[in-house]
Design a protein around this ligand. Structure first.
Ligand SMILES: [Zn+2]
Ligand SMILES: [Zn+2]
Length: 428
């Protein structure tokens, strides 16, 4: 009987595949530092591709830990390489480091008072998406792991990435540029993990979605050419504003009448409609600018094709002409199915089974997808909402009242540390 019990226990230990690495003491010891770093970074936010001081703080920290550091990757990115004492594969952990042109309205001792110039305008700068917490968590993970090289079967690459929110117009940046500059090579990375703090998810919880988790985002521009005439006599010309309205209508019918929405969600939003200068002139042209969100590449292809067909056919019907330009955009944040499944035990181990939730896809986009285009990756959401707040008592990301509770950071450190070590253990 005794033997049978131990055998069953062995089986269970094997099947959950999440080892306890005995890092509790080191992780607990780093918590106060992580909170301190987070508050410092929160108080000193920097815009995309301008994260100079942030990058310096990160690089300094990694160097002090004895981690090999590369700076200036994709402008202000920092990459750290930590080799374990045992041979094995390479796993990357990514944290994005940029802030947003938002003026903070929170009353916090570490409130951001920073202003900067953005597109010729003086703006407030704030970590209004919570990337300050990502940096601090990852600095904590680096500290814990650098003290436990004997437990690392392989190599850990820390990817501190600038410009996740998108580089300023006319500049390259973000994950796409990091990949282009070889962040996944030398040494070649086998898998990558990333997390995003959520102001809507209570502290202590983790949410994930296998497969298409966050949407691909494409920007589109429609140019409609009509024929200018007097506003009192439309029969003398071709009204591009009228045609633009019909095209907006037509685009929404692609979503509602042509997409198999039970498969995945899809969105077309026209965010800008412009044309004309005054009340009594029918102008020469009009323009529509918008975004397309998809979670499936076949649906994306179909939407792209149909938008072009629809715009030009509608324009033709009303004697106008229309062209549609759609950029490649940001890919789908696609969580590799096998990697997601294999990584869940690590998350359940640190958060508890009941605190790891399967969620629906999000139509927001995340440039972590550029890494996932090349190698298997898993991106999940970490709770950052005050556990005592009411169900609707939170503010969305990118707003002046956006707030994250520091007590959620510890779970982020635990999750990233264990998920990386477990991956390397499995891949040995
Ligand atoms: Zn954001
Ligand atoms: Zn973000």
């Amino acid at each position: 009987m005794k033997i049978f019990i131990s055998y069953t226990f062995l089986l269970i230990s094997f099947s959950i595949q999440a080892q306890n690495h005995g890092l509790e003491k080191d992780i607990a010891a780093v918590e106060s530092k992580v909170i301190e770093w987070r508050r410092d970074i929160h108080q000193h936010p920097e815009l995309s591709n301008r994260e100079f001081n942030t990058a310096e703080k990160i690089a300094e920290h990694l160097r002090a830990l004895g981690i090999e550091v590369q700076t200036g990757v994709a402008h202000t990115g920092v990459v750290g390489l930590l080799k374990g004492n045992r041979p094995g594969k390479v796993v990357a952990l990514r944290a994005d480091i940029d802030a947003l042109p938002v003026t903070e309205r929170n009353d916090l001792p570490f409130k951001s008072m920073v202003t900067s110039e953005y597109l010729g305008q003086e703006v407030g700068v704030m970590h209004a998406c919570g990337h300050d917490t990502h940096i601090a968590i990852m600095m904590g993970v680096a500290e814990v792991l650098s003290k436990n090289k004997d437990k690392i079967r392989g190599t850990i690459k820390f990817v501190f990435q600038p410009a996740e929110e998108g580089p300023p117009p006319g500049e390259e940046g973000g994950a796409e540029l990091m990949v282009k500059q070889g962040v996944l090579e030398n040494p070649k990375v086998d898998a990558i993990y990333g997390l995003h703090i959520g102001s809507y998810l209570p502290v202590g919880q983790i949410a994930y979605k296998p497969g298409g988790a966050m949407a691909a985002a494409q920007r589109f521009v429609v140019n409609i050419k009509g024929k200018q005439t007097h506003g009192s006599a439309p029969w003398g010309g071709v009204d591009p504003i009228f045609v633009a309205a019909k095209i907006v209508d037509g685009f929404q019918s692609i979503i509602s009448r042509e997409m198999e929405l039970t498969k995945e969600a899809a969105v077309i939003t026209v965010g800008k409609m412009s044309g004309g200068v005054r009340n009594n002139i029918i102008p020469e042209s009009a323009e529509l600018i918008g975004t397309i969100r998809t979670l499936d590449y076949d649906m994306q292809k179909q939407i792209n094709e149909r938008m072009k067909e629809m715009a030009s056919a509608i324009a033709k019907a009303y004697r106008a002409e229309a062209t549609v330009e759609i950029d490649k955009g940001v890919p789908i944040t696609y969580n590799d199915l096998a990697l997601t499944e294999a990584s869940l035990p690590s998350l359940k181990e640190v958060a508890g089974d009941d605190n790891v939730h399967l969620i629906k896809a999000i139509t927001g986009a995340e440039d972590f997808s550029f890494y996932q285009e090349k190698i298997p990756g898993f991106f999940f959401i970490l709770g950052g909402k005050d556990p005592n707040a009411g169900p609707n008592d939170h503010f969305p990301h990118h707003t002046p009242d956006f707030k994250i509770d520091d007590s959620g950071l510890l779970l982020g450190v635990k999750a990233m540390t264990e998920i990386a070590l477990d991956y390397l253990d499995r891949a040995k």
